[in-house]
Design a protein around this ligand. Sequence first.
Ligand code: NAD
Length: 445
Amino acid sequence: MTTMETYWEVQTFLAYEARLLDEERYTEWLGLFTEDAHYWVPGVENRGRSDPNGPYAPSRMAYFDDTLEDLRRRVVRFTAPTAWAEDPATRHLHVVSNIEVERAETPGELLVRSVIVNYRGQGDIDAATLYGRREDILRRVSGELRIARRSSSCGTRFSLPRTSTPSSRNRHDMTAPGTGRLDGQVALVTGGGSGIGRAIVDRYVAEGARVGVLERDSGRAAALARDHGDRVTVEIGDVRAPEAHAASVTRTLDVHGRLDAYVANAGVYDYSTRFEELGENRVVEGFAELFETNVLGYMLGASAALPALRDSGGCLIFTISSSGLYAGGGGALYVASKHAVVGLVRQLAHELAPDVRVNGVAPGATLTALGGLAALGAADRRLDAELDGIDRHIPLGFVSDPADHAGLYVLLADPRDSRFMTGAILPSDGGLEVRGAARRPKGAR
Ligand code: NAD
């Protein structure tokens, strides 16, 4: 039991937090958390009571699994002057109700349960509502209540009225339940620990596939194992090394018994370093690092996977980029490497027909941790921290999430839907092809 005074204090605190969010006062909102805060919103999936897969384990996927540092990074993005494409601005209304307060196990902390409603409105026709249950651990810091743990479960997905426009859909909805399109299939994804590769792995598993991954980052490999259990096997290694590919293909075949789709995806970026800035030495070193990862890595992987793909009548899928189709999305090294992959798709499609289909997906700007070149002193950069303002150049008006591309990799892996496709490159770039000379403001008729 807690006192009326404590209950009142908690209610006032939660109402204040809701108002800060309504008013987009995110920097002040961050001040409501303890330094060791954990913000967790696990994924949900609607499954029937008799679903043979049993209940969906919330530990498998999360919309948010954030430390305070992660939240700060998100807020930095929000506060950039170019972060918002909407005009007029979205209206928010956060409602907190059904508040229950009790003492938590740790002395000095409170366990607070509540129900939340978040209404978002934009213009006259575009609205979305999210309902959920929330459990907070509140702790006193210098006499003030602070959020130390937050766990929210979304009981209902965003619901959009039929009148909403396509560009207003919930970009972060990754709950789309699998439909078993890849039941019984086995895939291998390079760079499957992060970004686009990770979204492919998550979606393939959701569609019923088992997946091998070749990834050089051991932390990301551990996260895959934790989240997917025995449906995913990870080989830690570098795509520039032939033996890493041999090991990952062998492991995938040993554990899963076959290989149907090989996705060459691991890549690095040159952060648009201009050609003249490279100079002779940096061209040599930058070329070696970037082409060995983005091009040689794909060739080595294809070579290691081919015998198994011939056995299964499977397919190769290459992650390209809009930089494989247009200039200006990277520097000379990156753009040339992605054009090279376009050539590789076409040549291999030609050579391997009719036995193995070879296709590519060409994503545009995507919020990922895509890293730079050590040779150019950019190994620690990550792309998602540097994409502010890019949405202005994209006809559909937003920067994509990795999950926005994943369905195309399902399409290309599913022979029922793409058996007549080879040598194709599917752009997934918000419409760069139709940029034209000028863009209409959002909502203009
Ligand atoms: P990411 O950094 O989030 O994912 C790439 C993964 O590959 C990481 O887990 C990384 O550890 C791994 N990796 C990198 N080099 C490796 C190596 N040598 N050996 C083994 N693993 C390695 O980046 P992402 O954006 O998801 O990139 C995936 C692919 O998508 C790349 O080919 C990239 O060029 C392409 N792409 C990205 C964007 C974008 O805007 N993010 C746009 C178009 C294309």
